[in-house]
Each structure stands twice: as structure tokens, then as C-alpha cells.
Design a protein around this ligand. Sequence first.
Ligand code: D41
Length: 673
Amino acid sequence: MPVPASARRRADWLRAELTRHDYRYYVLDDPEVPDAAYDRLLVELRELEARHSQLITPDSPTQRVGGAPVASFAAVRHHLPMLSLDNAFTREDVEAFDRRIRERLETEHEVEYACEPKLDGVAIGVTWKDGVLEQAATRGDGTTGEDVTHNVRTIRSVPLRLSGRGWPALLEARGEVFLPLAGFAALNQRAAAQGEKTFVNPRNAAAGSLRQLDPRLAASRPLAVFFYGIGRVEGGEVAGRHSAILQQLRSWGLRTAPQARVVQGVRGLLGYYEDLGRRRARLPYQIDGVVYKVDALELQRRLGFVARAPRWAIAHKFPAEEELTTVRAIEWQVGRTGALTPVARLEPVFVGGATVSNATLHNIDELQRKDVRVGDTVILRRAGDVIPEVVRIIPERRPRGTRPVQLPPACPVCGSEVTKEEGAAVARCSGALICPAQRKESLRHFASRRALDIEGLGTKLIDQLVDGGLVRGPADLFTLSAADLAALERMGETSARNVVLALERSKATTLPRFLYALGIRDVGEATAAALAGHFGTLEALSAAAPEQILEVPYVGPVVAGHVHAFFAEPRNRAVIAELHRHGVHWPAMPRPDRQAATLAGQTFVLTGRLESLTRDEAGDRIRALGGRVAGGVSAKTDFVVAGADAGSKLDKATRLGVTILDEAGFLRLLQRG
Ligand code: D41
């Protein structure tokens, strides 16, 4: 079949583009686009070449993996080539992988697979001779890599001498060098503080660190390694299964991924993928997928490899956490306390397993630091359940004629003046009592599940009520009749009646909920509960002087000031009185008895996954007994509760000598209360 000229042109362009990206990625450590965008170009080229085999050239990026070594490092020819991994993106890809294997092996039985995380770092081969570390080389293009022995020697998880017994006289172990997330954040913080260029992602930081000529630089970066296999072996034996080899490596002092498991058949593979996918966001390092390998070496041998990738292994990728998109508009959202938050409206894009069309830009300082403008192409990141974030813009793709975004002088909703205190990051609308946006947000907060929990009173309904002038403050909600509500758009008689019933039900509340619902600045649920517990009644709290409020555990002068100012404002007191009149009430607070305060003054940090309760529940139990839950470990931490897969917090606790409780110990402590 003749090749259409358009296909040839497209293939040429794709090749040039991929080569350029390779150069930036492998040689400059400064990629222009996220991996997923690169992968798409490569897939397109592969498909074109599959359709028209005449288009394949020996130097096509599809015919080789990796890039050229940098001149200043000695080249190392790998004794055995370092193979590459094929990718699977969907469940169907994995099913096809398993089917191919069983067909080749002519078996109906389930195959045993070894599964492990796919670290996002740099592949290396490290050789020990007579148990002594001799050489470390990057993978490079799979045939020839770079000698990075001087840098790898600085990685503390790489032993300079093997331990245990039975290691071969010559052992080459292969693994992935990576930078844990905490180290990455610290490195970038340091770089930013010194006005240096920051790294785009941990993979590039790891690659950049390995490619330092001065080993002192690499040593100052907390690189880590997981070994995942072997290369050259002489003068000794290794086990006959991948899983057993990993165990041998471990017994010789080499670090391997703690999540490695053996599973049965394709269901086992998919189960492993799901499980690790759920834990991914909590791991202290970045993984971009999982790797499946046929466990038995004899079967691996029978399967062999195609081109440069083994038939017996595949990488199952997680959905990309970073994608490219463009900024359609930048709008300002006004929050409950008047804070102006810039929000980027984006060309919708599928990232991290969901379609995203908005991303917060946090505040004006952040926006100006990143210099995001309308029309920019940006890298959007959505990891786990974290809200989507614009990582950075791509300057090369900025269209002509864009303008930097400025803070609006007036509130885009009510027109009141926008103020920003010196040194503060947040700009605020000064129209607290007239701004419909602030009113709507306050009402939303008042009605939310953890506040008065008014079912059916959602965003749309609140917008209609405020825009139609039916409701100004929370007390007005209780004057609404079913007829008022039914007259609104998209409101049936039944829904209207249900909202009135929900409003009626919400009147019976608790003091902590009511305090939280008031939306006093910086008074979240925990502070509301502490205030309620300390003062016992709203009357006592609203009459308290700032010094008295300061006596509440964990309330500082700023919050005490906000609380005092709130109750000093006559208009706020009037709203509260009106709410009382409408019948909002709560039972008297139970007097704090001895049992309730067993953990008073104790600070807890929760890390890892608990089996018998969620982290939220664990936090509630601690607070109910008077304890406090903090986010990070410090010398002031009394207990660290460590569940499964606890990470850097556990390490820090160990370093600081903080008492560590496992789940059983924690439950015992709660019971003692
Ligand atoms: O964690 C990894 N990045 C990883 C990479 C891993 N866990 N296993 C791997 N296994 C292989 C084979 C099956 C070819 C021995 C790999 C890689 N290869 C690999 N890393 C970079 C290119 C290939």
C-alpha cells in the first residue's frame, strides 16, 4: 500500500518532536511536557508505523528507548542488556497480556505473577564483586549507560558491602533510584530560597542528582533505591523465582519494594493494581504504575522477549496525574470571609482519573509567582483526592498579546473595595454585610452537613434564595414557607415540603455544631468543640473577655480575637437572638467528667492506614477524650499512631524518640479512658 504524503509528513513531524522531547527529558532534565503528552505522540507514531511499515526508520524513537549519555561521564556497556517494559493502560491490555502468556505456555491454569510498584525514577545496574560495590551505571539506552558509581555510592540504601551469606562472587542488581517526596519538597524549597531553578518532578530531580559530576551534590540529596531484579551473575546461584530472588536480594542487604506480592492469574493482577492504586497517594514516593512479572524463571525463559522488552513482564500504568490544558479564563471567587480566590477555568481535560475544568490558583501572590495568564498552556496536576492544581505554565506555548493578571480593585460580585494587608497573601472584599457572594457562602456553611445539616438546601437553592431577595442571613431561612420555595424554579411541591421539614429538624442541634455553623473566622469544628466544652453555654462564651477565651486549650490570640470580635458585633448578636426566636436550640453541654479528659494535654499524630477505624474516627475518639490531633510530628508530639504503610512521619517519630503506638496499642489506650 502506498504511503500518503500526509502520513509521511506527520511521521516526520512526530519523530522530530519526540526527539526534541527526548533531548529535553534525558539530556537537559528539563521536560517541556508531561509524560502523558509524550506518550500520546509516541503511540500515534507507533500506530502510523504499524499501518505503513515503510515509514519505519532505524533512528525512529520507536526503535530505541532512552537517550544519549552525556559526554562527561564514562560510558558503561551493559553485559546483559537492560530491557525495557511494555505498557498496559487498561484492564483489557492486562487481560491480553495474560492471554498471550497462557497461549505461549499452552496452559489453561492460572499463571503465578510477581507484582511490585513501578517507581518513577532512574533505572540503574549496580555490581558487587566479592561482595564489594564496584560499579553503578544508569540504564541509558539499554545497551550503554553512564558510570555513576561515585554518586550511587552516596545513596545510603545502597550497601558498599553485601551482607548475609550465599551471594555470588559477581552480582549485578538492577533497580530504580528515586527521590522520596519529602526530599523532593525540601530540595525545591532550598533551590527556591537560593533563587535557583526548581525541579519539575521527583524523577527529574533524581536524574539530575545522579548526573552531578561532584558526588558531594548527590550526597546532599536524599536519594533512595529499590532493587527489582538481577543482571550479570557469576560464581554463584540465584533462586528460580522472581519473588525468591527479591528475598535473596533483601537477605544480602539490598532494599526492595515492601509492597511486592505474588498473585494468581489476571484477577490477582487487577486486584493488586486496585489495592496499590488506593494506597498510592499515601506513599512517601511517586509511583506511576505497577509491574507484573511471570514469577517462575523457567517460564520467563520459555517466553523470551521481543525487540527490547520481555514477553513475561508489563507495566500497568496509573492514570496520569499531570496533563496539559489551556486556560480559558481566570475568575475571582469570593469566599465566606470575603477572601478572593483566583480560579482558572480550563479546557476540560482527563487527569488523575477525572475530568477537570477548574483549578484553584490559591491567591494573588501564587498566581503572580506562577504568572498564569489567559491563553496559557499549563501543566495541571490532580493526585489522589487532592484538589487539582496548576503546576506551572509552558512559556514556549504562550500566545502573543497575553497580559499579566492583576488583583481587581473592586469585588467582582458586590463592587466593594478589595483590600490586602501588607504581608498577607489573601485579598478580601470589604463588603462583609452586603456582598451576596459572602452571604451565599455563609449560608452554605451554615447549612452544611457538619454544621446545621439542612438537607436539600444546596448551592443552587441558596443562589436562588439570595438572588431573589428571599434570604439575607441565616435567620431568614426559618421564615420560608413551602409555598415560597415551591414558587422557585426547578422546585416541586414535594421538594419544597422536604426542605421545610429539614429546616424544622435542623433546629434541634448541639452547641458545637451551632458555633461551627456561625462561621467565625478560623473557628473550625475542633475549635468550636473546644470552645463549647470550655464555656458550656453560648451566654458564657459571648460574655467572655479575650483573655478568658485564650484559656481554651489550643486557642491562640488570633482566634481568641476573632471569637471576641464576633460576639462584640451587635448585628451578630441580633442574628443569634433571631435564630433562638425561631426555635434553634441545643441540649445543655455534658459537664466534662473525669473519664472524658484522660487524654487532655496529649498530642497525637496519625499516620498510615488503620484497620478497625478511619483516620477521621480515630481523630474524633482522641478529641472526645480531650486529646489533640496534629498534622506533623515534632518534639512536642506525645504519640504517633502508626497504621499500615506509615511513611516519613513514622521515620521522624523514630528519630525524635516519640512514643509509637500500633493500632492495638492505640485501641488499648482509648479503652483505658
Ligand atoms: O520500579 C520500576 N521502575 C521497575 C522498572 C520495576 N519495578 N521493574 C522493572 N523490571 C524490568 C524488567 C522486567 C525488564 C527487568 C523495571 C524495568 N525493567 C525498567 N526500568 C526502566 C526500564 C525498564
